[in-house]
Design a protein around this ligand. Sequence first.
Ligand SMILES: Nc1ncnc2c1ncn2[C@@H]1O[C@H](COP(=O)(O)OP(=O)(O)O)[C@@H](O)[C@H]1O
Ligand SMILES: [Mg+2]
Length: 175
Amino acid sequence: MAKAKIELRNVNFTYQPTTPLAYQALRNINLKIADGAFTVLVGQTGSGKSTLVNLIDALTLPTSGQVIVNGRLINNQTSKREQELFRQKIGFVFQFPERQLFAQTVREDLAFGPQNLGWSQEKINKSIRKALETVQLSPTILKQSPFSLSGGQKRRVAIAGVLAMNPEVLILDEP
Ligand SMILES: Nc1ncnc2c1ncn2[C@@H]1O[C@H](COP(=O)(O)OP(=O)(O)O)[C@@H](O)[C@H]1O
Ligand SMILES: [Mg+2]
């Protein structure tokens, strides 16, 4: 069997714990996702899909239990710094990713994440080219303003921005 890339062990998640508004969104989740797998999570609105993928992205920490991605472990003791490092390896595309476009040009938008990772200009250019190819956009789009694009193009640029950081895991919440 392929080695698990993502594993959740006895994961519980409660919103606003220790308050009268406490709400347990996830109860005892055990899950393994193999390396290279393409997995779809299906459930009713409010069933906890976003809560679960936020844990895999280490956007939030589990109330109890463990999340393991590529051998790195996250639990409720994980520090902010570890959480940040963990998140650099994970590409997370939010529900309306185009709302996060902000730069003057598509090139600047795509370069933002890789620059924050401290990459060389050459490495950044290469990863941008590859990401554009993956989402099937022409490099001529790099000079344009993200706000001049169609809805579909904006969404592709936003996804390319995540891919440009070369994540080990790609998560799309309601793509
Ligand atoms: N910030 C929050 N505070 C309290 N409850 C929340 C919060 N976010 C989500 N919930 C609740 O947790 C449950 C799961 O939500 P969510 O993970 O967003 O579901 P899904 O993505 O499957 O629609 C829902 O009942 C929702 O109301
Ligand atoms: Mg959701």
